[in-house]
Design a protein around this ligand. Structure first.
Ligand code: GLN
Length: 250
């Protein structure tokens, strides 16, 4: 291992390709950090990370192992909407095939059926997730703690006007112990479908929630290589970040 904790290329267990969707337009509250965590943890596990960006108009990469998508202002969502529709087929195929994906806030909404903004504009989604979102008058802002049956306590920060309702085709990521989550009514946060983790939580999410990062990496390695051989990630900063985040008031 070199000082950064990455395996030398000749010792690598293989390459995992991470594609970040629309980082130019959909990347707020440090969502970029999710891609950086995946890059570092993939290396810590002894694999070679390859991090690619996909922006409006780009050719869509081949051989995708993990997809991450961030949040954005309503205006950013309007910018990407046509391109996203043009990519609905490939993204739906990847999702249905079991590609692990992390979708935060604005892209969580647009992997659903639609986002109707506060001003009445309807931004169509690609319908991979059985959810719909209606912009409300109240912005839901603050620190969030979620109890997740799969990932334990999930910590993050929310800031959205969208109120998302889940259909029967998805299950929630968890229930909110602090904060609002999907909407003001049902106490649910995020959505799970196949190997997709969708959430309103920024912060960014993965530095404070390595269990979710490792779920994405393990799933990607199993799909690509037939098995996942874990390494020894350094979780000391994640532990500190979690302690700090958990103490923050709403
Ligand atoms: N624009 C969307 C909303 O306000 C998404 C916000 C976000 O991604 N933080 O609901």
């Amino acid at each position: 291992m070199n000082p950064a904790g990455a395996a030398a290329p000749d010792q690598s267990k293989g390459t995992l390709r991470v594609v970040q969707l629309y980082p130019r337009d959909m990347n707020i509250y440090g969502d970029w950090g999710n891609a950086l965590v995946l890059k570092r943890r993939i290396a810590w596990h002894g694999y070679t990370p390859e991090l690619l960006e996909y922006n409006v108009g780009d050719p869509f990469p081949e051989g995708v192992d993990i997809i991450v998508g961030g949040g954005g202002q309503d205006s950013g969502q309007l910018v990407i909407q046509d391109d996203l529709q043009a990519r609905a087929g490939v993204l739906t195929d990847l999702a249905e095939d079991g590609t692990p994906m992390l979708l935060i806030c604005g892209l969580y909404q647009l992997f659903g059926r639609f986002f109707k903004t506060r001003t009445g504009a309807v931004i169509p989604g690609i319908g991979v997730l059985d959810v719909e979102t209606h912009g409300g008058d109240e912005r839901l802002i603050g620190n969030v703690k979620v109890a997740s049956p799969e990932f334990g306590e999930v910590l993050g920060y929310e800031n959205h006007s969208g109120q998302t309702t889940l259909g029967s085709g998805v299950r929630p990521l968890g229930t909110t112990a602090k904060g609002t989550g999907n909407n003001s009514n049902d106490g649910h946060e995020g959505a799970r479908y196949r190997n997709i983790v969708a959430s309103y939580l920024h912060g960014s999410l993965l530095p404070k929630n390595p269990a979710i990062a490792d779920f994405l990496i393990r799933t990607a390695a199993e799909r690509r290589f037939g098995s996942f051989i874990p390494g020894n990630p350094d979780d000391s900063f994640a532990v500190l970040a979690r302690e700090h985040a958990a103490r923050r008031p709403r």
